[in-house]
Design a protein around this ligand. Structure first.
Ligand code: PXP
Length: 250
């Protein structure tokens, strides 16, 4: 029997970043989400950061009200974000570490005793509300061992180091780390997801991870969408300039 197809989560944060560059309405991440759905996305991913540099609660509310795809909310485990998740009820929350000055999520979670203490009540509240919980983790066996046995059903492995090593002498080593981590997670019955830095070139090897259930991709999809869309966007304006002009001002 063919394996179940890998789910695709499309992260629309960069669309929101572009909107924020003008502080107005375009491009609308919700429109991007609808188009992503039509093209075959299985879920929409957005990261609401403390500084709201891209997606914000208005986006989350609009997704909840009108989007027909499950929402995977990436967030740091803070009181503010926990309250947000528990009021907007995304289908999934992916907990990520968050540093104020980082450009993007830089590493997986550090499951320190304090973190695990904060995670326990949040995971209980998520379970009560039907929110599935995922942890964004480096393929570090020692850290993966610390994942609690209750409350978390999925782990998204951080593929950033593999993506950066892709095509270099370190690619095999980084892939082997992901592969060993994936095997460890499947022994614990945790669903395996992968994300960060994935693109058309480095994705095929990742799809070889046994039991991979989901990939979450943002940057490379939005980057390609911008480039492939430029020709049409410029042509539209060019056609307008080529059309006969009205008499005003002549
Ligand atoms: N998964 C997680 C947990 C992330 O933090 C990000 C970046 O926001 C992604 C996936 C998507 O990464 P990229 O934009 O590099 O595809």
């Amino acid at each position: 029997m063919a394996p179940f197809p890998v789910r695709l989560g499309v992260n629309i944060d960069h669309v929101a970043t572009l909107r924020q560059a003008r502080g107005e309405f375009d491009p609308d991440p919700l429109a991007a989400a609808h188009l992503a759905r039509l093209a075959g996305a299985d879920q929409i991913v957005l990261h609401v950061r403390e500084d709201r540099r891209h997606a914000n609660e208005t986006d989350l509310r609009r997704f909840r009200e009108t989007a027909t795809l499950p929402v995977n909310l990436e967030m740091a485990l803070t009181d503010e974000m926990a309250a947000l998740a528990l009021s907007f009820l995304p289908e999934r929350v992916t907990l990520v570490p968050e540093k104020r000055n980082e450009r993007t999520t830089e590493g997986g979670l550090v499951l320190s005793p304090d973190y695990l203490k904060a995670l326990a009540p949040f995971s209980e509240r998520c379970a009560e509300k039907g929110i599935r919980l995922s942890l964004f983790m480096d393929p570090d066996p020692e850290m993966l061992e610390r994942i609690p046995s209750f409350g978390v059903d999925q782990v998204e492995l951080h593929t950033g180091p593999y993506a950066r090593a892709f095509g270099t002498s370190r690619e095999g080593e980084e892939f082997a780390r992901l592969s060993a981590a994936g095997a460890m997670l499947s022994r614990r019955d945790l669903v395996l997801a992968a994300g960060h830095g994935l693109n058309l070139f480095n994705l095929p090897r990742i799809l070889g991870l046994p039991k991979l259930a989901e990939v979450n991709i943002g940057h490379s999809i939005i980057a390609r969408a911008v480039l492939f869309g430029i020709r049409e966007a410029v042509s539209e304006v060019r056609s307008l300039l080529l059309a006969p002009r009205g008499g005003e001002g002549l």
